[in-house]
Design a protein around this ligand. Structure first.
Ligand code: ADP
Length: 452
């Protein structure tokens, strides 16, 4: 029961309860109608037998039995016997045993061997001048039973239909009742997927539990947004504050390096300071870009861009870096391919992917950029045959400051773990999607999907 939805659970529960209620009420109705029908039959048979005995008289030395005795009285067959059990007048059903012993004043049931059942009632009548006579009334129990059987048949046809109706009706009613919960789930999901903390559920005010739940969510998002903004502001402030002293350190280090009197050991030490300062300065630049991009301070300027030419320039820029590892940079983009995008963003996206592909590429390997036209979207693919990414890291590489352990080694000390989180943010800003396919030690493919 754990995996099914509340709607299905609720529907199943009350369908079960309704079925039990329906079934028990049927049992009660059946018992009640059975009893009342039987009582009615008994009353009728007694009345008919008793009243017909008034039609038997002894006149002028003859026993006179009225013809009405031969008639079928409301389904009751009458017969008259002398006290020795000889049939004088009337008739009995064919399957009723004519020798059935008499029993005064009580209703008796008789089951014939061929399955038919009867009720009979015997009345010992004293006819003036003649003496005692038996009057017997017989009615078919099977007819009574048949009527009840019909009720049962109807019930078992109607019952599944009723259950089906309860099931489908119940499902839709419950689903409708729980729709606000589903709305909240969808809204909360789109807030978390889109990371848009400005969004609120903003349900119309009411006094119910759902509204209170939505309100709690909204105030939680409010607090989250405030704390995220504070954190962003802090990153942005601290980056600004660090920029000037760092620029001074760099400048001083470069100035110092120009001194002619330095020993080799001193030059090495200053050079190390310069490299580290450069690294921190790049990190700060990235952090600033990220906090600015997330505050949407960057206005997009879309234009038609020749992708082949742009990738050519980017590969040219990375040529020296690639040559260190003898990595071939391939541009497999058709020359006339055009994309509609913000040039600055596209350069940063592809620049990041290409330099990552080189950094995490194998010596003597390749890095290839392709452009593929598919039915629903166009794809820009940056592929390498490098170290690849283990499945346990693949979803985390988009997180800020996330680096796979060995990337420090590959990138020297310049890796920051910010590149892909920026790429992912920018791709989203362009209304595109990005995903990665990778096999550890075999290589990776970063695929940008541009919807048509
Ligand atoms: P970094 O500055 O460390 O490259 P990124 O955000 O660009 O930061 O990348 C995050 C992590 O993703 C990297 O540390 C690296 O482990 C992994 N990664 C990125 N691109 C590739 C690639 N082409 N091949 C293998 N691993 C990659």
């Amino acid at each position: 029961m754990k995996k099914i939805s509340i709607t299905v659970k609720v529907t199943l529960w009350y369908t079960l309860f309704m079925s039990i209620i329906l079934f028990t009420s049927f049992i009660f109705v059946d018992l009640f109608s059975n009893n009342s029908l039987r009582m009615q039959t008994e009353k009728q048979i007694k009345e008919i037998v008793t009243s017909s005995s008034e039609n038997i008289v002894f006149e002028n030395g003859y026993l006179n039995i009225d013809k009405s005795i031969d008639k079928n009285n409301n389904g009751v067959l009458l017969s008259v016997y002398d006290i020795y059990g000889n049939l004088l007048k009337g008739s009995v059903p064919r399957t009723f045993n004519i020798d059935t012993p008499f029993s005064e004043g009580e209703i008796v049931r008789f089951d014939s061997p061929n399955g038919l059942s009867y009720f009979y009632y015997d009345d010992l009548v004293n006819v003036n001048g003649y003496g005692d006579l038996w009057v017997r009334g017989i009615t078919s129990y099977s007819d009574t039973q048949q009527a009840l059987n019909n009720v049962t048949t109807v019930f078992f046809v109607v019952m599944p239909l009723a259950i089906l109706l309860i099931l489908t009706g119940g499902y839709f009613v419950t689903k409708k009742a729980l729709k606000p919960v589903e709305d909240i789930r969808k809204a909360a999901q789109s807030i978390s997927v889109g990371e848009d903390l400005n969004m609120r559920l903003a349900m119309t005010k009411s006094n119910d539990e759902i509204y209170r739940l939505a309100e709690t969510f909204d105030s939680m998002f409010e607090r989250l947004q405030i704390s995220f903004e504070r954190e962003k502001q802090f990153t942005s402030d601290i980056s600004h504050e660090l920029r000037t002293p760092l620029a001074i350190i760099l400048l001083q280090a470069e100035d110092l390096l120009k001194e002619p009197s330095l020993s080799i050991a001193q030059i090495e030490k200053i050079e190390r300071i310069r490299i580290q300062a450069t690294k921190v300065s790049r990190l700060i630049a990235q952090m600033l870009t990220l906090s600015r991009t997330e505050e949407s301070k960057i206005a997009l300027e879309h234009e038609e861009i020749n992708l082949f030419e742009l990738v050519d320039i980017l590969e040219e820029e990375n040529q020296n870096f690639a040559m260190e590892k003898r990595i071939a940079l391939l541009n497999d983009i058709p020359k006339e391919s055009m994309v509609w995008a913000d040039r600055g963003m596209l350069i940063r996206i592809l620049g990041n992917l290409i330099s990552n592909a080189i950094a995490y590429g194998k010596e003597d390997g390749f890095v290839k950029v392709e452009y593929l036209e598919k039915e629903e979207s166009s794809l820009i693919v940056v592929e390498d045959d490098g170290i690849g990414i283990k499945p346990e890291h693949i979803n985390k590489i988009w997180h800020r400051f996330y680096r796979v352990d060995n990337s420090r080694k590959e990138m020297g000390d310049t890796s920051s773990g910010l590149g892909l989180s920026m790429v992912s943010w920018m791709v989203k800003q362009l209304g595109w999607e990005i995903e990665v396919e990778s096999e550890f030690t075999k290589g990776s493919k970063f695929i940008i999907k541009i919807p048509k």
